[in-house]
Design a protein around this ligand. Sequence first.
Ligand code: A3P
Length: 331
Amino acid sequence: MNHLTPELAENLLTIFISAMEDIFNSLPQKSSCWLKGKGIMYKYQGFWNIKDFLEGAILAQQIFKAQPSDVLVSSCPKTGTTWLKALVFAIVTRDKFDESTSPLLTSVPHECIPFLEKDLEQIQDNHKNSGIPLIATHLAYTSLPKSLIAANCKIVYIYRNVKDVIVSHYHFRRQIQKLSMEDAPFEEFFYDFCQGISCCGPYWDHILGYWKASQERPERILFLKYEDMKRDARNDVKMLAEFIGYPFTIEEEKAGTIENIIKLCSFENLSNLEVNKSGKHRPEEPISIENRIYFRKAKDGDWENYFTEEMKEKVDKLTHEQLRGTGLVLK
Ligand code: A3P
């Protein structure tokens, strides 16, 4: 086998970049006022996203090698990802840290778990060094790197009431772009979302991909609902810990470990930490995200403050049509 000389590496990189360009030129595209500075969204393997993420996704599909102990934390944006990441991280690292030493106190949860579409190097390092086998993604089930399925990795997926996701997503994108509600009308976002044009959309297809997979491989894919987790966090955290192979012992249960983790990861606690009030996520990137915008209201039913009757009927009808016959109920 040839050694990878610097020239060969450079040639391979050129070939790779040109192949990427060919892929992007062939994809459906859409520009929108939501993407200032990031340009256009592309539809890749049935799902919309920005180029930056898709390049990372394509790279991960090509070269990522999963280990059987990897646990994938997956979601569509704005469905409770930040919360699920915090909980999974706290569960898995509870022998290393407690509520006064957890990295969750000084880093936004997104920095505690590397992101498949962006942090391949860190994931590789973690495989070698850290013993924390967590990986996060927003990729659709059908776009996951094959090695994650072949290695039979556990996957936890969270979803949320579509109407609250639309409102949450609207504010998130608006705040990233520093747009006022006048400059970025809710109606425009709403109608794009309903046509499936949102980051990682169509939302319904994203959920259905994981739902079907969880029906086929229930021992590998745990399907969690944001609203249920809010209603009975103890039950879901216990189930989550068991599912990913880090069950609580009777002693831990008696000592209140579950309650401590729930408190550490609660919206009230995380949103009031200094790092999440004034810190930035990926500060080195052209559009870094202020951590505070990951924490807005965390209330169920905020959609009622934004939806007209017509919008409500549209989403209900769409949801009914999309989920008919699947066995999945989305309130
Ligand atoms: P709202 O915009 O409705 O307030 P994601 O983490 O997938 O980006 O989702 C963001 C949503 O989860 C936001 O909803 C945010 O407020 C809420 N959220 C963030 N941290 C949370 C936590 N620890 N517990 C519950 N909800 C949380």
